[in-house]
Design a protein around this ligand. Structure first.
Ligand code: GLN
Length: 199
């Protein structure tokens, strides 16, 4: 069976995510097809879904305008895996403390946008991630932090005691950009380990 992976392509590093998904799929001996999604009607055909970074106000507006917002919610409600990174995490959350972002409420966390301050606008960190043997090279770009998590949410990694990677059921969210290095363990965790656990 070929895995159909959708990458929401209104903004963000779409081709880098596609490469990471294909790499993770190959490592599992799984054929994959990556679809770049710009309109409604495609998400229902996807086995797994990725909402990349970019500008959360823009992504939120386009998801609402195109009708893709409802499809993302239905995808998660059906228990299908989703990875939301950076601005994607902001959009997936319950609240971003910003009226311009209409959150999808599919991940029981609240977030603070651009939370690392000016000096630390962009940085790389070797991150200890729960379940990973070696640290993960995480690239943060005007990244959000998670400022509250519901009991059902598992914190997978933190920076200065602030959560930056979480999982709740089929949804994995990261403050950082896991597509910007050759390391596809986050894509693997979100799309292949989750499926494996459920089988
Ligand atoms: N700062 C952006 C926002 O708040 C997120 C940045 C990113 O996705 N790299 O929407």
């Amino acid at each position: 069976m070929t895995l159909t992976a959708g990458v929401v392509a209104v903004q963000g590093d779409v081709s880098e995510h596609a490469t990471a998904i294909e790499r993770a799929a190959r490592a599992h001996g799984q054929d994959s097809e990556v679809l770049e999604i710009r309109e409604s009607g495609v998400i229902p055909d996807c086995d797994v879904l990725l909402v990349p970074g970019g500008e959360s106000t823009t992504i939120s507006r386009l998801l609402q305008r195109t009708g893709m917002a409802e499809e993302v919610i239905a995808h998660v409600e059906a228990g299908k895996p989703m990875l939301a990174t950076c601005a994607g995490l902001i959009v997936a959350s319950m609240d971003a403390h910003d009226d311009r972002v209409e959150t999808l409420n599919v991940l029981d966390v609240t977030v603070e946008r651009n939370a690392f301050g000016r000096q630390k606008d962009s940085f790389e960190a070797l991150l200890e991630v729960d379940g990973f043997e070696d640290p993960f090279p995480a690239v943060f770009i005007r990244a959000p932090v998670i400022d509250s998590v519901d009991d059902d949410v598992e914190v997978l990694a933190s920076v200065d005691d602030r959560p930056v990677a979480v999982q709740q059921g089929p949804v994995v969210g990261t403050s950082f950009h896991p597509e910007l290095t050759e390391d596809s363990r986050i894509h693997d965790l979100a799309f292949f380990e989750t499926l494996a656990v459920e089988e």
